[in-house]
Ligand binder design. Structure first.
Ligand code: ATP
Ligand code: MG
Length: 207
């Protein structure tokens, strides 16, 4: 308390830990809220292009730190998605946040959004002919195959030097998965070690 240098140092550590705890609590609350509403399917119209553009702005600072640029490959127009605005914003935020966190310095993160009839093989989409695709591609270290099925588990983190260094609670993708379940959407993960990863999201069209 009486050593000004040590005091500054410890205040900094306390602030960082408080921040971590606050993120943990808000992620856990967000997960319980989504689970509580799991059976009620969101029915409003969401303009995904607007959501993506708005979320992109939140990452300017993070991008600057690593000299990463976000390239948008968005269709000029998209039919509305059936969903809930804030939850889909959370999906975009978590996936783009991960891409920036885990990509290499001086690279590009590519965000794609389009209407597609090239649907993943999944019973959920058996009766659908089209869906809205949102993709996030990074140029990070990639994820070894054996980890991929486990990434959406709560608190699961691939124990690589990079992951340990950047920090995080391992709840982001669990939240994404729960939001997509509620939306009757699907997430796909393609990754190649040494090349990078692409997280894809397929969402039902509002019609
Ligand atoms: P947070 O709760 O802050 O999001 P997190 O980013 O560690 O923490 P998730 O977003 O759930 O948690 O991701 C889980 C793990 O999956 C990460 O720890 C990382 O190991 C791996 N991962 C996720 N996205 C990528 C990516 N784009 N490239 C490489 N690894 C990734
Ligand atoms: Mg994350």
């Amino acid at each position: 308390k009486d050593d000004p240098v040590a005091r500054e140092e410890f205040l900094k550590v306390m602030a960082e830990q408080a921040e971590r705890m606050s993120k943990l609590v808000s992620d856990l609350l967000s997960l319980s809220k989504i689970e509580m509403n799991a059976v009620s399917r969101p029915e409003s119209k969401v303009d995904l292009l607007r959501v993506i553009r708005a979320e992109k702005q939140h990452f300017e600072w993070a991008c600057k730190q690593k000299n990463v640029s976000i390239r948008l490959k968005l269709s000029d127009s998209l039919p509305p998605t059936k969903g809930e605005d804030e939850e889909l914003a959370q999906v975009v935020r978590n996936l783009v946040g991960n891409a920036i966190k885990y990509t290499n310095q001086d690279t590009e993160v590519v965000l794609t959004a389009k209407l597609t009839s090239d649907l993943p093989q999944d019973p959920l989409f058996r009766n659908l002919t089209r869906a809205i695709y949102f993709g996030v591609q990074d140029q990070g270290d990639g994820i070894p195959k054996e980890h991929i099925p486990r990434l959406t588990e709560r608190f699961y983190r691939v124990d690589s030097a990079r992951t340990r260094k950047v920090g995080g609670t391992g709840l982001g993708l669990a939240i994404v998965k729960h939001i997509l379940n509620r939306h009757r959407g699907i997430m796909t993960i393609d990754s190649e070690v040494g090349v990078g990863s692409t997280f894809g999201v397929y969402l039902p069209v509002y019609d």
